[in-house]
Design a protein around this ligand. Structure first.
Ligand code: GLN
Length: 533
């Protein structure tokens, strides 16, 4: 078993997660079994309680774990099957150690960061190594070197490498080499200092991934090698990708990253086969056609908030040799100015998930615009609830119909809290979460799109279609085309008189991959291209 630890230096948002995922892609395509793990130093037990402003998207795994969005990259870039042990936070580590302390496991001892917290961190790494059966475990450490809260993780890694030996473990440090315009030069000092910071605590990286806007010349590479104590061939340039993040593994491969790592860790494999990846990138970079798709949300200014949705659209687009021109529409602006201003001329409208009432009325207007002008609509989670409310108000004449999440006193609660949620008091990890089966009714749009009658999708919600309204709404042209197996929960809805209007209570965006687009996104993009299945 080999271990690769990915750390970050200088600043955050350097794409450590993408670097870890890209390395996973390359090693997997060399025939190795790879596992990926993220250790997050914050004290939240999981990111499920954080706002997208703090944290971007919350990525949901099959087992219902609410995790960091980097796990989305891991799943999209590799064949890894992830579960809650693939994302460990300080909060979880402390929770475990403290409950052991209360149980009396450490009776007589003072419980301390070293060794108790660091031991627990090492256990999480080793356990995943063993249970995954992988040849290589890539563990990414969140945050930046120098962060106080990251120290126990770095110390744990120091001990871990000492225990398994330097032929079995290494550190890949992702850093920034900024270009200073006034000097007309790339600067290596911040990287030198962040490596010095690691060396101060006994960690010597073996590989540097140098993020840079410019090509890194030979002189700068020599300097980085010398001052950071890293072989010249392990100074890897990672220039900003030109068009798509999916170029990243190809760029790292061209720089010799995977060859160097395999040499150091004595992994004897052939070269990775990246031919299908090249083809995919080619289709993303230079598609034959383009289509404009609107995403109506309340976090559209944050590129990370709807990450998996944007990626899923890219995958689906590529499968049709079609580029997606995203039209990002702020739901509150749409509410203020009307749908026509923002949605006129778009080929499709997507309404993503969300919580709280901000922007809801704008999203309802978007669903109305789609229904009335026969523009393809894809609603995800809240996007399905929105479409339901709109239909109830606009077609069934249920005045002030709403979700009880937004209006507890609504006369027509077409969306209401799940029965299983009624007595839930704690906010953390308490929604209906993870993979559940859905039965798809034949002769429906959903069936044409999926081509199957049983599907498995990931969930994250507390509210649901109120089945008391099913009969009345279906009489008016609403159709529940997918339900939970026993029929009590609506999972997919569509509109009979609309060419392509489909919305689901689950999150298909968590199951789309570059060469394996999700059927709903594929069908939606196809409909946007005028091919109405
Ligand atoms: N707020 C809604 C609910 O809890 C929708 C959730 C979501 O879009 N993920 O049911």
């Amino acid at each position: 078993m080999k271990y690769i630890f990915v750390t970050g230096g200088v600043i955050s948002s350097l794409g450590k997660g993408l670097a870890a995922a890209s390395l996973g892609t390359l090693l997997e395509r060399r025939g190795l079994k790879v596992a990926l793990q993220k250790l997050d130093p914050y004290l939240n037990v999981d990111p499920g309680t954080m706002s997208p402003f703090q944290h971007g998207e919350v990525y949901v795994l099959a087992d219902g774990a609410e995790t960091d969005l980097d796990l989305g990259h891991y799943e999209r870039f590799t064949r890894c099957i992830l579960s809650r042990s693939n994302n460990v936070t300080s909060g979880q580590i402390y929770e475990t150690v403290l409950s052991k302390e209360r149980r009396g496991d450490y009776l007589g001892k003072t419980v301390q960061v070293i060794p108790h917290i660091t031991d627990e961190i090492k256990t999480c790494i080793r356990r995943l190594g063993l249970t995954s059966g992988a040849d290589v475990l890539i563990t990414e450490i969140g945050g930046t070197t120098g962060d106080i809260e990251g120290l126990p993780f770095l110390e744990a890694i120091r001990q871990f490498i000492l225990e398994v030996g330097s032929r079995n473990a290494m550190i890949m440090h992702v850093t920034l080499v900024p270009f200073i315009k006034a000097a007309g030069e790339l600067k290596t000092k911040p990287t030198q200092q962040s490596v010095a910071k690691l060396r101060e605590i006994g960690l010597q990286p073996q590989v540097l991934i140098c993020r840079s806007e410019m090509p890194i010349d030979e002189e700068a590479r020599q300097k980085l090698s010398l001052y950071c104590n890293i072989p010249r061939e392990a100074v890897i340039e990672a220039r900003d990708v030109e068009n798509t993040i999916y170029e990243f593994p190809l760029n790292l491969q061209a720089e010799g990253l995977d060859s160097f790592i395999c040499k150091v860790l004595e992994l004897h494999t052939g070269q990775p086969d990246m031919s299908d990846w090249h083809q995919f990138v080619q289709r993303v970079v230079d598609p034959k056609k383009r289509v404009r798709v609107a995403v109506v949300g309340k976090y559209i200014e944050l590129p990370d908030a709807y990450k998996s949705i944007y990626e899923s659209l890219t995958h689906a687009g590529a499968s049709h040799d079609c580029g997606i021109d995203l039209v990002l529409v702020d739901a509150e602006a749409l509410e203020a100015d009307g749908a026509e201003k923002y949605l006129h001329g778009v080929a499709g409208i997507l309404v993503p998930g969300g919580f709280g009432d901000r922007g809801v009325e704008g999203k309802i207007l978007a669903a109305k615009f789609s229904r009335e002008s026969h523009i393809p609509y894809l609603g995800l989670c809240l996007g399905m609830q929105i479409a339901t409310i709109e239909f109830a108000r606009g077609v069934c004449g249920f005045k002030n119909a709403n979700s009880t999440e937004f209006d507890p006193a609504t006369p027509h609660p077409v969306i209401a809290i799940l029965e299983t949620q009624l007595n839930v008091a704690n906010k953390g990890a308490s929604m209906r979460l993870g993979t559940c089966p859905t039965v798809i009714q034949e002769n429906t749009l959903a069936h044409r799109v999926y081509g199957q009658t049983e599907i498995y999708e990931r969930h994250r919600h507390r509210y649901e279609f109120n089945m008391r309204y099913r009969e009345e709404m279906e009489k008016q042209g609403f159709l529940i085309s997918g339900t939970s197996p026993e029929g009590s929960l609506a999972e997919v809805i569509e509109l009979k008189s609309h060419p392509w209007f489909l919305a689901c209570q689950f999150h298909p965006e968590f199951q789309s991959k570059p060469n394996l687009p999700h059927p709903l996104f594929k069908g939606f993009v196809s409909a946007c291209l005028g091919r109405l299945s």
